[in-house]
Design a protein around this ligand. Structure first.
Ligand code: ARG
Length: 587
């Protein structure tokens, strides 16, 4: 189903063509104020400049050619030459029916150009807990995948975990020594412990690496052993990976993020492809030695003191780097995964890394038609406006952050609804707590920093998950009340009445779901979805305050029930299918 804005745009373009002979894209936007109608076009203004004509007269000419009376009331000209458009209730009613009957998509169209899109997101680092910095990549990446899938693309999720690199040399060496000690003391049972232990080993290993030259030497031998595939070293390394996975996979589940072990292609996956990357770039004369390291100097990148900026792909000791792995991954995604587009979701600090990566891959001729996109996001800040940290100055652990949100949600449920069964209380607390963290993140423009505040995100009013979940539960409660056969009324609905202003406003919002979706996916901005859902919830509340539903006249009741039903369906679809946030039937 085409969104109204798109049909209107097409009609405006046709009218301009007829009136002026010009072939220009229509500029149609939702009206800034409902006083001016529903949509607005400022094409006449833009075109008048170009044609040196009077904008109001040009607007009149366009309107004279505009065939739009099946959709809108008579267009009006306002101000310097804006064309204001108001939807007709008949058109809205027809659209509403089509939206309801489009059960799985609620009006959202499929693309006519399905592509294979690789989305690289989350990317936690092995031997460390996920921290707040991974929250945004993980949930924004997930939302991007969900939107692309709904639009009909083939999405390949890639979790580029940080599981390879020199740090594993010291970690494996440390574990080896520890293991020997354990064996010597005859306590043979040993497995890598929970993630906290591994983090502690990591700390101790780094300490020793710095302060103990003998250990540092051994760690260097161990990294060489690990990289050349020594089975004992690989086994220890595998243990660390497995244990870290036991930490982050449950977090994905808790977050409602669709990432499984099958989506993992960590850095280690590319280990045998790194030498080729360097050799190919050398052969092409693109990689050169500079101060002992092998570097590529893509055009246009300068250091602070205006020298060419190196993209380092091999260190003087022979070690490969993050950049080398990313080049290998990019080639793999183009050649093996057949990506039409690759989207990387990381924070803005990696902007230059990806710009250089794309530039080098293009220089090497590895990118034919594949579109390369880096989707960035701002930082999560504490209430003091500085990056969120614990009191001792460490990154806040994601698990602790989420647990705290659930705990606080639980306290609210306990206070408001002490008589609910325990497992329901727990379920509500999970859905509200996690939903609140995710929704607060999504509702901010992703490119901005935002302040993390439990109080704000858990508030029952405002643009928050609990408010959306509450409105959803409220609509559900209507259907539970009353002894009317609602299914039957909805099935046998004859006419849709949109006479009350609040009714009409809600109906217009309901048919705009696909429009909101299109804006969100165009720029991969989930905040367009949350803003739409929030406006929908507000319009529903206004409608519900102004218009009786169950007590409405029998003639009108089915039509009002339909408005309620579709409101619930869209909120649920938006929250669950696109944002991965759970709804609850009572709160
Ligand atoms: N592990 C990296 C980090 O924590 C993120 C990986 C992003 N993806 C990539 N292909 N470089 O910053």
């Amino acid at each position: 189903m085409k969104p109204a804005i798109q049909i209107i745009s097409e009609r405006i373009s046709q009218a301009i063509q007829k009136a002026t002979g010009q072939n220009v894209p229509a500029i149609v936007t939702p009206a800034t104020d409902s006083k001016f109608g529903d949509y607005q076009s400022n094409n006449a203004l833009a075109l008048a400049k170009q044609l040196k004509a009077n904008p109001r007269q040009l607007a009149e000419k366009i309107i004279a050619q505009l065939q739009i009376d099946d959709i809108c009331q008579k267009p009006e000209i306002a101000g310097a030459g804006f064309i204001n458009l108001r939807l007709k209730p008949e058109f809205v009613a027809k659209n509403l029916r089509e939206t309801v009957s489009d059960k799985d998509r609620l009006g959202i169209e499929k693309t006519n150009k399905p592509e294979t899109v690789v989305v690289d997101f989350s990317g936690p680092n092995i031997a460390k807990q996920m921290h707040v910095g991974h929250l945004r990549s993980t949930i924004i990446g997930d939302c991007i995948c969900r939107m692309l899938e709904l639009a009909g693309h083939k999405v390949i999720r890639q979790n580029h975990i940080g599981d390879w690199g020199t740090q594993f040399g010291m970690l494996v060496e440390f574990l080896k020594e520890r293991l020997e000690k354990l064996f010597n003391s005859h306590s043979v049972e040993w497995t890598a412990g929970p993630i906290e232990d591994i983090e502690d080993f990591y700390r101790q290993a780094s300490e020793q690496y710095k302060n103990n030259t003998e250990f540092a030497g051994k760690a260097r031998t161990t990294i060489a052993d690990l990289h050349s595939g020594n089975p004992a070293c690989l086994e220890l390394w595998q243990m660390i990976v497995t244990e870290t996975r036991r930490h982050y996979l449950p977090l994905y589940k808790m977050l409602g993020v669709n990432l499984t072990i099958n989506d993992e292609r960590g850095e280690s996956f590319y280990k045998d492809k790194l030498a080729d990357v360097v050799n190919d770039l050398k052969k092409q004369g693109l990689a050169v030695e500079s101060e002992g390291a092998i570097c590529v100097f893509p055009e246009g990148f300068k250091t602070k003191d205006d020298k060419p900026m190196p993209f380092i792909i091999q260190k003087s000791d022979g070690a490969f780097l993050y950049a080398t792995t990313d080049l290998a991954a990019l080639r793999y995604r183009i050649n093996e995964l057949k990506a039409d587009e690759i989207i990387y979701v990381t924070d803005a600090r990696q902007k230059q890394h990806f710009e250089m990566l794309f530039a080098v891959a293009k220089m090497a001729g590895w990118v034919k038609d594949t579109k390369l996109v880096h989707i960035t996001f701002g930082s999560v800040l504490g209430e003091d406006g500085k990056p969120l940290k614990t009191r001792s100055g460490e990154n806040v652990k994601l698990k602790e952050l989420l647990d705290e949100a659930v705990k606080r949600a639980k306290a609210v449920v306990q206070e408001k609804n002490p008589d609910l069964p325990d497992d329901e209380k727990e379920n509500i607390a999970q859905s509200v707590g996690i939903g609140a963290v995710k929704y607060a993140d999504y509702s901010n423009n992703r490119t901005s920093d935002y302040i993390f505040s439990y109080d704000k995100m858990l508030a029952m009013d405002g643009n928050t998950a609990p408010y959306m979940q509450y409105v959803y539960a409220r609509v559900c409660s209507i259907f539970k009340k009353g002894n009317i056969d609602i299914k039957k009324e909805l099935n046998e609905i004859k006419e849709i009445y949109l006479n009350e202003p609040a009714e009409f406003e809600l109906a217009k919002q309901l048919i705009r779901y696909s429009e909101a979706f299109n804006s969100a996916i165009a720029d991969f901005k989930p905040n367009f979805l949350t803003a739409y859902l929030y406006e929908l919830a507000q319009k529903f509340s206004a409608f519900y305050n102004a218009c009786p539903v169950l007590d409405a006249q029998e003639k009108i009741r089915p039509s009002r029930l339909l408005l309620c039903d579709l409101t619930a369906k869209i909120i649920r679809h938006g929250l669950e299918n696109l944002l991965g946030i759970k709804t609850i039937e009572r709160m």
